[in-house]
Design a protein around this ligand. Structure first.
Ligand code: PLP
Length: 476
């Protein structure tokens, strides 16, 4: 909610007061809302207690907030704008952070699990796609299900990966994120229980919550989401749907093992449980070939298998897809019409061209992610050897465990060192996972090294602060 509050000029307490005031003006904090106690705020933002006290003093002097004896600090009653529907998610925040940073040198964002499109989307692709576009110009240009040529290409691509698919089982979407959002609203309504893995992809947590779902969680281990836990949840809560990230899991990088994929398929069939299987990261393997998606093991179960061009090729394409039973694809297409009338044709035509040489692109990406993961591994080992993570089987994220402190507070301090990172709590359904950082290794090596170096410096400062606080406690 506070965004990049440390950016800007003036003493830290004033920047904090300004950010809280801005949240009140945007309506994200409303009259009567309770603010954290000063000590709690200081701990969450990794600032001294006097900074939090001074910020509250300033806001109180302006009449923005008020202290009520014995019950805490509250936003004052006054005319306030409507409450914003939702608080900005990590994705939204990471987008605005770069624009807000005014410290020395550019802010390095280690927040997004996505690679640059350079060298993948070539000038020849762009020219070929614009030629293709000229051919479809005489049509009206709307394609709610997706261009037939692209639906055919995606069906052929999935069939080649071991999931037999026909063209009419495909809906082209504006990225995997739209596929998740449409699937979530189709399968769950207000008050329904949906299962997710914990941790999970924040965009899916947000989409399921926006559809009104109550979330129940299964843990993740080295073989992916735990299907034994899923069976228990099914008996207890009768969930309406499950969202899983089988290949590769965001953020842990686990690949769901083939026996477990088979078990997931058995469960989907046995309990008639619709499963949204997000394979958006599925082409970024760090462990060789991965076998077919889970839906291949139970053709009669309800799987909505989601994929994307974003991670393999480029996020700017905004082309993803859902593969599922025809009846559901038709219902999803109706929602897609309401959402945007269809994905842009130029993007779809580019996707056709890129899928035609998917093998070549896969090899380029495999070399890149190996190199970047090695850079991350060496740099962390050198600079913060006490941080640990399990080597991901694929994807673009390292799930890094901090031995001390709280990643939410640490990420605030990291911002002041010029690097934006996402604490594990953003991936959790209950604000837990605060001992983890969700650290992408997608940036070019030199940026990655600089970002991780700043992060290591920030961690040393953070730990020194923790030691200081502990020493003060001992003294007291
Ligand atoms: C696991 C996962 N699913 C879905 C998405 C959304 O991807 P897209 O750019 O295709 O909307 C992402 C990327 O942020 C992701 O990491």
């Amino acid at each position: 909610m506070l965004g990049a509050w440390t950016a800007g000029r003036g003493p830290l307490y004033r920047r904090l007061a300004t950010a809280i005031r801005a949240a009140i003006e945007r309506g994200e904090l409303q009259a009567g809302d309770r603010l954290p106690a000063e000590r709690e705020l200081a701990a969450q933002l990794a600032v001294s207690r006097s900074t939090a006290v001074a910020a509250y003093d300033e806001l109180r002097a302006d009449g923005e907030i008020e202290r009520r004896r014995g019950s805490g600090t509250f936003v004052s009653r006054r005319e306030a704008p409507q409450r914003a529907e939702e608080r900005p998610s990590a994705a939204v925040l990471s987008g605005i952070l770069a624009g807000l940073w005014t410290g020395p040198g550019p802010l390095i964002e280690l927040t997004s699990a996505s690679l640059s499109g350079d060298g993948i989307v070539t000038p020849a692709d762009l020219e070929a796609a614009s030629r293709d576009l000229r051919e479809v110009l005489p049509s009206h240009g709307y394609s709610p299900y997706g261009l037939p040529a692209l639906r055919r290409s995606i069906a052929a691509y999935l069939s080649e990966r071991g999931l037999r698919t026909s063209e009419d089982e495909i809906l082209v979407t504006s990225g995997a994120q739209q596929a998740i959002a449409l699937s979530a609203s189709l399968l769950v309504g207000p008050g329904d229980v949906a299962v997710v893995e914990n941790p999970s992809f924040p965009g899916a947590i947000d989409a399921l919550r926006a559809a009104g779902a109550q979330l129940a969680a299964i843990p993740v281990d080295a073989d992916g989401g735990r299907t034994d836990a899923l069976r228990i949840l099914l008996e207890r809560h009768r969930p309406r749907a499950a969202y899983v990230c089988t290949m590769f899991h965001s953020p842990t990088g686990a690949l769901m093992s083939e026996p477990r994929r088979r078990e997931l398929a058995r469960i989907a069939l046995e309990y008639d449980l619709p499963v949204i299987d997000d394979t958006a990261l599925g082409e970024l393997s760090l462990c060789g070939s991965v076998g077919p998606p889970a839906a291949a093991f139970a053709p009669r179960a309800t799987f909505l298998t989601i994929g994307s061009m974003s991670k393999l090729c480029w996020g700017g394409l905004r082309v993803g897809w859902v593969r599922g039973p025809i009846a559901l694809i038709e219902r999803l297409a109706r929602s897609k019409i309401v959402a945007d009338h269809g994905t842009a044709l130029l993007d779809q035509l580019l996707a056709v061209r890129l899928l035609a040489r998917v093998g070549e692109v896969r090899e380029i990406r495999a070399a890149q992610i190996e190199e970047r993961l090695a850079t991350l591994t060496h740099t962390l080992a050198e600079r913060v050897p006490e941080w640990t993570f399990v080597r991901p089987a694929g994807g673009l994220l390292a799930w890094v465990r901090l031995p001390r402190g709280n990643a939410v507070a640490f990420s605030q301090l990291a911002l002041r060192h010029g690097v934006a990172v996402v604490p594990g709590s953003v991936t959790s359904i209950d604000g837990g996972m605060t001992e983890y950082l969700r650290l992408p290794f997608a940036a070019p090596p030199e940026v990655l090294v600089e970002g991780l170096t700043r992060l290591a410096d920030a961690y040393r400062a953070y730990v020194a602060g923790l030691d200081g606080a502990e020493a003060a406690t001992v003294l007291v």
